[in-house]
Design a protein around this ligand. Structure first.
Ligand SMILES: O=S(=O)(CCO)c1ccc(-c2ccc(C3CCCC3)c([C@@H]3C[C@@H]3c3ccccn3)c2)cc1
Length: 238
C-alpha cells in the first residue's frame, strides 16, 4: 500500500509520533481512566464504522532507569516474553537493521473476543531535545502495523489487528553532590506511551473497553517493574 520505501515511511511515522507524544493531551474529550501514583492513563472514546479506535496516552515517571534502558527492553525481542503477558506467540519476521525489526505477534484469545494477530515494524531511535540541542536524553520506540507478504492477514483463525504505538522516554538526572558520580538514585525516566489500536474486526465496544481498561495499566506497571528489576545491578546505560 505504501508508495515509499520502508525507511521513508518509518521517518514519517516516527516524526508524527514524536510530535503527537509531546503535544500532551490536546483537544478532545480525554478521560483519566487509571491514576496510580506516577502513572496516569488517559483515553478518548472514538468509534470508526462502529469499531472502537480509542486513542490512549499514558504518562509515567519511573525512578532508577534511563530512557535508553526503557526503550531497549521494550524494543528487543529477547525480553518481550518476560513482560508481555498477553502474547501467545512472537516471531521476528524480519530484522531490517539493528534498530528496525518486523514482528509477527499472536495475542492470547480473551474470551469471547476472537483471537488477534499483528504484523508491525518496530523502530528505536534517539530524539533531539528541542530545548537542549546537545542533550542526548530522549529515546523512542515506535511500533506500526505493516503488510508483509509472508504473513497475509486473516488467513486462519486470527483477525489481523492494526496498531500504532510509541514509547517516548526522557532521562531526568538530579545532579548529585559536587564531585560524586551519578547513581541510579539520581536518575528517572519520564515515559509518554501512546497507542491507537484498530481491532480489525467488529467486537462489542463495551467488551473491548473493559479489556483495555484492565490490560493497559497491568501492561505498563508490569513492563516498568521488569525494567527496574533488569537494570538495578547493571551499569547505567545512558
Ligand atoms: O505496546 S505494544 O506494541 C507491545 C508489544 O506487544 C502492544 C500493546 C497492546 C497490543 C494489543 C492490542 C489489542 C489487544 C486485544 C484487544 C481486543 C482484541 C485484541 C491486545 C490484548 C488485550 C491485550 C492487551 C491490551 C492492552 C495492553 C496490553 N495487552 C493487545 C499490542 C501491542
Amino acid at each position: 500500500k505504501s508508495l515509499f520505501p520502508l525507511s521513508q515511511q518509518i521517518q514519517k511515522v516516527v516524526s508524527d509520533q514524536i510530535r503527537y507524544a509531546r503535544m500532551g493531551l490536546g483537544k478532545g474529550q480525554w478521560q483519566l481512566f487509571a491514576d496510580e501514583g506516577e502513572m496516569k492513563m488517559y483515553r478518548r472514546e472514538e468509534e470508526i464504522k462502529g469499531m472502537v479506535m480509542d486513542p490512549l496516552k499514558a504518562c509515567h515517571v519511573v525512578k532508577g532507569v534511563t530512557g535508553h534502558e526503557m526503550c531497549h527492553y521494550f524494543f528487543r525481542p529477547e525480553y518481550r516474553n518476560d513482560w508481555e503477558t498477553t502474547l501467545e506467540k512472537m516471531t521476528v519476521a524480519e530484522t531490517i537493521s539493528e534498530d528496525t525489526i518486523i514482528f509477527w505477534q499472536i495475542h492470547k484469545s480473551i474470551w469471547p473476543v476472537t483471537q488477534r494477530d499483528a504484523v508491525f515494524w518496530s523502530h528505536m531511535t534517539q530524539v533531539p531535545d528541542p530545548s537542549d540541542r546537545d542533550a542526548q536524553n530522549i529515546w523512542i520506540v515506535v511500533n506500526n502495523s505493516t503488510d508483509l507478504d509472508a504473513y497475509p492477514p486473516n488467513q486462519g483463525k486470527y483477525l489481523r489487528l492494526f496498531l500504532t504505538v510509541c514509547m517516548l522516554c526522557q532521562t531526568l538526572v538530579t545532579p548529585p553532590k559536587q564531585g560524586t558520580t551519578i547513581t541510579r538514585q539520581d536518575i528517572a525516566c519520564k515515559i509518554t506511551y501512546c497507542s491507537v489500536v484498530n481491532p480489525g474486526g467488529w467486537t462489542p465496544s463495551s467488551l473491548l473497553r473493559t479489556i483495555y481498561k484492565r490490560e493497559y495499566p497491568k501492561f505498563l506497571k508490569r513492563f516498568t517493574s521488569y525494567v527496574i528489576e533488569q537494570c538495578k545491578n547493571k551499569p547505567i546505560m545512558y
